[in-house]
Design a protein around this ligand. Structure first.
Ligand code: HEM
Length: 449
């Protein structure tokens, strides 16, 4: 569906209509020529040179861990999910648009159980208003999928997402206006702009189109891509570190060996950190940031037989096909009897030869085929950088059970939910932790490690 028969499976007109008020014609919601346009505009920005400039991560990581230190010193837990969402939002906007939206400057929230109020300078910060609209817009877009082709009847009188999208566009507006103005000045001065190498993705895009709708749509799509996915990876990484102190210890040992207790990781050192990569892959396996996706077949197709599906399956044209990456990543027939266990070593020991190498398609957090994620390496670098800094500075990771939302009681009886029973995972377009991941940790110096 994703690779060898790519041309027969598209996002499809129903999916596109359901997502249109949120994603418009952006890369995630386009097929055919429009998708090719977005893909070709975006691809050059993910070359090795461009994604190996770690200054952006360094700066934003420092700000975020300093915020964490201050709040912990006050004796309160922190919402790690919120902290890293600010880090990924600021890093992505600086990398893609050339200007950070500075969401870290808003500060970070107090937990509802702390008894402390969040200041209005925090709640009314432009980035918080944007993020609330962004989150709600994604939930409402997913609700439309449940209504199938009849979804417009559920919003007969009004498009529920349009006002939220307006808020989002208000937030990205100034960044876009600055890029358009710069392009206009360059045209006036008959400068064929600076070297393409020095352009940001946004500056490159406005060179090719000035259509405000296409530009605004693409900004929203790239923010879903750049903020939410890596936020999810880092959030569930923390959760797994808190649950597995032995893994935390091994990861720190590798960091100290390759990078040292205070050094800044380089591209080559990152490539050398085999356990770190195995750890990230294991988090992506159990908690894939895009847990499910869908395609529509533009002509009738017959799915070939497999050992578990000995009869071919006929699918009439224009059927919506939903597939779950999360389920695939947890299947014991594909991963072995310990599929539900969190164990990074499965990406290093004999299980790699037994399960993954003969059947690489079983691991697909970044999708496959022509629409494979463009930001894959960017995300590995960003997450590795953050974890290196986190583990160099903090230890003793724990969850604040007084503040974290509990999972629904019925999950406790399900074998498959054992790995996630202490918090409440949720998903819209991407996965997150309901009401945040409230945690505590200690500064490493203070622990004498
Ligand atoms: C752990 C982090 C990430 C995961 C798990 C992830 C996963 C995915 C998945 C599953 C898709 C396919 C969606 C679909 O076709 O329906 C995708 C596409 C894409 N991703 Fe990522 N992503 C991550 C990080 C990023 C980052 C950081 C960026 C950019 C800064 C990015 C940029 C993109 C783009 C531009 C596409 C569109 C590809 C297309 O439709 O042609 N991703 N990603």
């Amino acid at each position: 569906m994703l690779a060898t028969q790519f041309d027969n499976f598209e996002k499809g007109s129903l999916f596109r209509s359901q997502m249109n008020s949120l994603l418009g014609t952006g890369v995630f919601n386009a097929d055919g020529e429009m998708w090719k346009f977005h893909r070709s505009m975006t691809r050059p920005f993910f070359t090795r040179e461009r994604i190996s400039d770690f200054d952006i991560y360094d700066r934003n990581c420092d700000i975020s861990l300093t915020q964490a230190k201050h709040r912990l010193a006050e004796g309160h837990s922190i919402d790690f999910q919120d902290l890293v969402s600010r880090f990924t939002l600021d890093s992505a906007t600086e990398f893609l648009f050339g200007k950070s939206v500075a969401s870290l400057s808003a500060g970070i929230p107090y937990s509802p159980s702390s008894g402390k109020e969040n200041a209005s300078s925090f709640t009314e910060h432009a980035s918080n208003i944007f993020v609330t609209a962004f989150q709600e817009g994604q939930i409402l877009a997913m609700n439309r999928m449940g209504f199938g082709t009849e979804w417009p009847l559920a919003e007969f009188w009004k498009d529920n997402i349009a006002p939220l999208r307006k808020v989002m566009d208000g937030f990205t507006g100034p960044v876009l206006a600055a890029a358009l103005e710069k392009q206009e000045q360059d045209l006036k001065q008959e400068k064929d702009t600076v070297n393409d190498e020095d352009l940001t993705l946004l500056a490159h895009l406005v060179k090719h189109t000035q259509d405000p709708k296409i530009l605004k749509d693409e900004l929203v799509n790239l923010l879903v891509a750049g903020r939410d996915t890596t936020m999810c990876l880092l959030t569930y990484s923390f959760y797994m570190l808190a649950e597995h102190p032995d893994v935390e210890k091994r990861l720190r040992e590798e960091i100290f060996e390759k990078v040292g207790p205070t050094g800044r990781p380089t591209y080559d050192q990152m490539r050398d950190m085999k356990f770190m990569r195995a750890f990230l892959n294991e988090v992506l396996r159990l908690f894939p940031p895009v847990p499910a996706d869908a395609r529509t077949n533009n002509k009738a197709v017959v799915l070939p037989t497999t050992p578990t599906q000995p009869k071919p399956i006929y699918i009439p044209a224009w059927t919506t096909l939903v597939y779950s990456v999360l389920n695939k990543h947890r299947r014991t027939d594909l991963w072995g009897p310990d599929a539900m266990k969190f164990d990074p070593d499965r990406f290093l020991d004999e299980r790699l030869q037994r399960y993954l190498i003969p059947n690489p398609d079983i691991f697909c957090p970044f999708n496959a085929g022509p629409r494979i994620c463009l930001g894959q390496q960017f995300a590995y670098h960003e997450a590795t950088f953050y974890l290196v800094r986190l583990l160099q500075q903090f230890a003793g990771f724990s969850l604040d059970s007084s503040a974290n939302a509990k999972p629904p009681a019925e999950w406790a009886t399900s074998e498959g939910r054992k790995a996630i029973e202490k918090i409440h995972p949720c998903s819209h377009l991407t996965m997150y932790v309901k009401d945040g991941l409230w945690v505590r940790m200690k500064e490493l110096d203070a622990m004498g490690i």
